[in-house]
Design a protein around this ligand. Structure first.
Ligand code: ADP
Ligand code: MG
Length: 351
C-alpha cells in the first residue's frame, strides 16, 4: 500500500535460505548428475557408472572407484560450504578440481533424499549414511563396499512442486544426462564412464578407456563422425601478455548434421561459451555455405589466473581474460583448416 508504513524486514530462516540456494545449484536432474560425476573425477576415479530412473526424478545413482570419504568426515559431508578442495579464497586462482564451493551435495539434500556409501583404502568395510537438509539422518552404518563412493539421490525436487511439475511435463531429462556423460567421455579419455536407465542391461553411453581421443569420440559418437574429423591445434605462447593453447578436432566439409555439437573444455572444465560457438558456426557457414552444422571438440588451456570460474552457481560459464583475442585466433585457425580441406575436396571432385 502506497504511503503506509514500510514492511518489516526479517531474517530468513537458514533452511529457507539453503533451499533457495539449492534450487539454483541443482536446476534439473542433469545438473545433479554433472556435479556427482565431477566429484567422482575429482576423487581420482577411473570408472564412473551412472544409473537413472524417471529422467532422474525418481533416482540418480553415481558409483565410482575413487579415493572415498573418511568416516570422520561423514557428519559434515552434506553441510553447506564443506569441501576438501579449497581452503583460502586465493586458492580459487589455481584450483584444478572441478568442485570448490562445497555446495553440490548439500544442495541435493535440500531438494532430494541423499544416501552415500563409501570406503577408503585399507578399510575392511565401508559406511552408509543418509542425509536430509544438510544433516545426517543417522550414524554411519558399517556395510560391505567395494572401492570408492556411491551417491544415490532419490525423489529430486519432492519439495518443490512447481519445479517437479515443469520437469515432469517437459521432455525427460535423460537425453541431457546422456549428452553430458558423452561430453565428459570425450575429454576424460582415461575414465571409463557409463550411463544407463535403471533396470536396463545395456548402457546408453559406455566410453571404455582408451589412449586416443579419436577412439573416445568413436566409442561415444560413432565411427561416421570420426571419419570426418580433422585435428586442430592453436597456441599463442609467444605473446608476452597471454598464453593459451587449444587442441581439438573439428568436422570437415563432408560432415553432415542439423545441429552443432560443441564440446568445450576450458582448463578441464566443461563449459559453454556462446561467443566462441557463434564465431565457429559463422566460419563454417561462410566457407562451407552448403555444408551442415559442425562437430567441434576443443580443449583450451590458459593460465588459471586468466579464468574466472566463479561467475555462475552452476559453474557452467566462465569468463576469460582476452576472450576476444582468443576467439579471433581460434577462428583464424578453423578458417585455415576448412579452406584447405575445401580446396582438396574441390580438387578431388574435379579429378
Ligand atoms: P565440492 O566438490 O565443491 O568440494 P561437494 O558438495 O560436491 O563440494 O562435495 C563435498 C566434498 O565431499 C568434496 O570436497 C569431497 O571431499 C567429498 N566428495 C564428494 N563426492 C565424493 C566422491 N565421489 N568421492 C570422494 N569424495 C567425495
Ligand atoms: Mg563437487
Amino acid at each position: 500500500p502506497r504511503g503506509g508504513a514500510p514492511p518489516r524486514i526479517r531474517r530468513l530462516e537458514e533452511s529457507v535460505v539453503n533451499r533457495i540456494a539449492a534450487g539454483e545449484v541443482i536446476q534439473r536432474p542433469s545438473s545433479a548428475v554433472k556435479e556427482l560425476v565431477e566429484n567422482s573425477i575429482d576423487a581420482g576415479a577411473s570408472t564412473v557408472s551412472v544409473t537413472v530412473k524417471d529422467g532422474g526424478l525418481k533416482l540418480i545413482q553415481v558409483s565410482d572407484d575413487g579415493h572415498g570419504i573418511r568416516c570422520e568426515d561423514l557428519p559434515i559431508l552434506c553441510e553447506r560450504h564443506t569441501t576438501s578442495k579449497l581452503s583460502a579464497y586465493e586458492d580459487l586462482q589455481t584450483i584444478k578440481s572441478m568442485g570448490f564451493r562445497g555446495e553440490a551435495l548439500a544442495s541435493m539434500t535440500y531438494v532430494g533424499h541423499v544416501t552415500v556409501t563409501t570406503i577408503t583404502e585399507g578399510q575392511l568395510h565401508g559406511y552408509r549414511v543418509s542425509y536430509r537438509d544438510g544433516v545426517m539422518e543417522n550414524d554411519p552404518k558399517p556395510c560391505a563396499a567395494v572401492k570408492g563412493t556411491q551417491v544415490m539421490v532419490e525423489n529430486l525436487f519432492y519439495n518443490m512442486v512447481a519445479r517437479r511439475k515443469t520437469l515432469q511435463n517437459s521432455n525427460d531429462d535423460y537425453p541431457k544426462i546422456v549428452d553430458f556423460i558423452s561430453r565428459f567421455a570425450v575429454h576424460h579419455i582415461n575414465v571409463n564412464l557409463s550411463c544407463r536407465k535403471h533396470g536396463a542391461n545395456r548402457a546408453d553411453v559406455h566410453s571404455g578407456t582408451t589412449s586416443s581421443r579419436l577412439d573416445a569420440i568413436r566409442n561415444v559418437y560413432g565411427a561416421s563422425v570420426v571419419r570426418d574429423l580433422m585435428e586442430i591445434q592453436v597456441s599463442d605462447e609467444n605473446a608476452v601478455d597471454e598464453i593459451f593453447k587449444m587442441d581439438g578436432f573439428i568436422s570437415n566439409a563432408n560432415y553432415v548434421a542439423k545441429k552443432t555439437t560443441m564440446i568445450l573444455f576450458i582448463n578441464d572444465r566443461l563449459v559453454d561459451c556462446t561467443s566462441l560457438k557463434r564465431a565457429t558456426e559463422f566460419v563454417y557457414s561462410a566457407i562451407l555455405p552448403q555444408a551442415s552444422k559442425p562437430f567441434i571438440y576443443m580443449s583450451i588451456n590458459l593460465p588459471p589466473e586468466h579464468v574466472d570460474v566463479n561467475i555462475h552457481p552452476t559453474k557452467k560459464e566462465v569468463s576469460l581474460l582476452n576472450q576476444e583475442r582468443i576467439i579471433e585466433k581460434i577462428k583464424d585457425a578453423i578458417e585455415e583448416k576448412l579452406m584447405n580441406c575445401n580446396n582438396t575436396r574441390i580438387f578431388q571432385t574435379q579429378a
